[in-house]
Write a protein that binds this ligand. Structure first.
Ligand code: AMP
Ligand code: MG
Length: 414
């Protein structure tokens, strides 16, 4: 394959270098707030949380059955104990019991002090209050010790954790009803372009609907963010400059789409240069070459390309990690899988590509992938059909059928 792309790409920043620049530039916000646990899903923990109690708080039964003392076990022979009461979940046995006695017990119920073992109800033979235990009864079974999940004062969650349902369950199990989280990131976004028409309005000649704001609103749907849609800005230098300068005062991060390349009506870079600092512009990535990163006052800025699929790619690869970092979350690794390519893929060397693919898992457990369709950066239907990016290194000159490729699933379900 020819290397005609190399000279053209010589001035383009590599994906890794761009990520490194973003990492070095951004530090996390400092402000935090206390919120109720019920509001905490998806928020980022600002302070580590320790458990005020043992979990479980008391020794309890792991199944429905009978609690007894192992001192009553008869070696290799069945034995019978007298049932003297019941321990329910939430209503412990209050009587006394001792040798040759047992207590009916249910899952989660407190194990009475005299007992050190529980046997499942299916394993015993019951006649009135006489419970006969089998010859192979073992001591010490089916009991969850107090603190066997978490010890009192043990760390439940470290600062920086983005709270998932499992985490909320854990905090609730410890009785934690409010936590310190970083405040929501204030994010503003707008589209640029004279051709853009809001949905709900008939198209005039030369117009298209503004899809990027819907795409971005979806990508930004995260409870760690407070997001403001700033609408469409016309291809007008002054209006763009005013919008940037104004919005920068109100947001932690500002995102624009379109107007970021070198056309007559592409004013984003000029405006950023005038009111802020450009960190980088133009990446060796496809789609998404005209991606601008910089800062206006205290507000970070990404000027994303106009083409919707380029928005999708640059958001996932650059903006999302930047937002995580700014929001106080530690860097995450994106899942990358190796998949067998079901058909050849076209690619010229020079830029790292994120092609839109359809990933599937064969009955043997192997992953295989195919292109979701043609790969132009305006083709949203293909992006909608896709469930993964196929990541092709900048030097890659095409993929043959059957070759292994790296894929990044959009989701854990495919
Ligand atoms: P630009 O970077 O402004 O030259 O835009 C590149 C391409 O993306 C053009 O075909 C635009 O019409 C298209 N485009 C820009 N903004 C949007 C948008 N918000 N929704 C859909 N397409 C857009
Ligand atoms: Mg434009």
């Amino acid at each position: 394959m020819t290397d005609i792309c190399y000279p053209k790409s010589a001035k383009l920043l590599s994906v890794d270098d761009a990520r490194q620049r973003i990492r070095q530039a951004i530090s996390g916000i400092d402000d935090h707030q206390r919120i109720d646990l019920g509001q905490a899903l998806g928020r980022i923990l600002a302070k580590s949380v320790t458990s005020p109690i043992d979990i479980p708080p008391q020794r309890n039964a792991a199944m429905d059955g009978y609690a007894f003392s192992s001192a009553d076990i008869a070696e290799n022979t069945a034995f019978t104990l007298k049932m003297v009461g019941t321990s329910w979940a939430g209503k412990p046995f209050e009587g006394t019991a001792g040798r040759k006695q047992c207590v009916r017990i249910f899952t989660g119920a407190v194990v009475p002090d005299f007992a050190d073992s529980v046997i499942a109800q299916e394993q015993v033979y019951v006649v009135d209050h006489d419970i006969t235990f089998p010859s192979d009864t073992r001591p010490g079974k089916n009991i969850r010790a107090a603190g066997s999940d978490v010890r009192k004062h043990e760390t439940l969650l470290d600062a920086g954790k983005k709270l998932r349902p499992n985490d909320l369950g854990l905090l609730a199990a410890a009785g934690v009803d409010s936590i310190e989280v970083y405040r929501q990131l204030k994010i503003g976004f707008f589209s640029t372009g004279d051709e853009l028409t809001p949905i709900g309005t008939p198209l005039q000649a030369g117009q298209i609907y503004d899809s990027n704001r819907y795409l971005l609103a979806g990508l930004l749907n995260d409870s760690a963010y407070a997001v403001t849609d700033l609408g469409v800005i016309r291809d007008d230098r002054l209006q763009l400059e005013e919008t940037l300068a104004d919005a920068a005062k109100n947001f932690d991060m500002l995102l624009s789409t379109g107007g970021a390349s070198v056309g007559e009506a592409d004013f984003v870079n000029q405006a950023l240069e005038k009111y802020g600092e450009v960190n980088f512009w133009k990446l060796a990535v496809k789609p998404g070459k005209p991606l601008t990163f910089g800062k206006i006052g205290n507000c970070w800025f990404f000027g994303l390309p106009g083409n919707p699929v380029a928005v999708l790619v640059t958001f996932a690869q650059f903006v999302k990690p930047a937002l995580d970092q700014l929001a106080g979350a530690p860097a995450h690794a994106t899942i990358q899988l190796l998949a067998r390519c079901e058909s050849a893929l076209r690619k010229s060397p020079g830029r790292q590509e994120y092609q839109r693919g359809i990933l599937r898992q064969t009955s043997a457990g192997e992953f295989s992938v195919k292109a979701a369709g043609p790969q132009d950066s305006h083709q949203l239907k293909v992006a909608s059909l896709a469930n993964c990016f196929i990541v092709l290194d900048k030097d890659c000159a095409g993929v043959d059928e059957g070759q292994m490729v790296i894929v990044e699933p959009f989701d854990t379900r495919i």
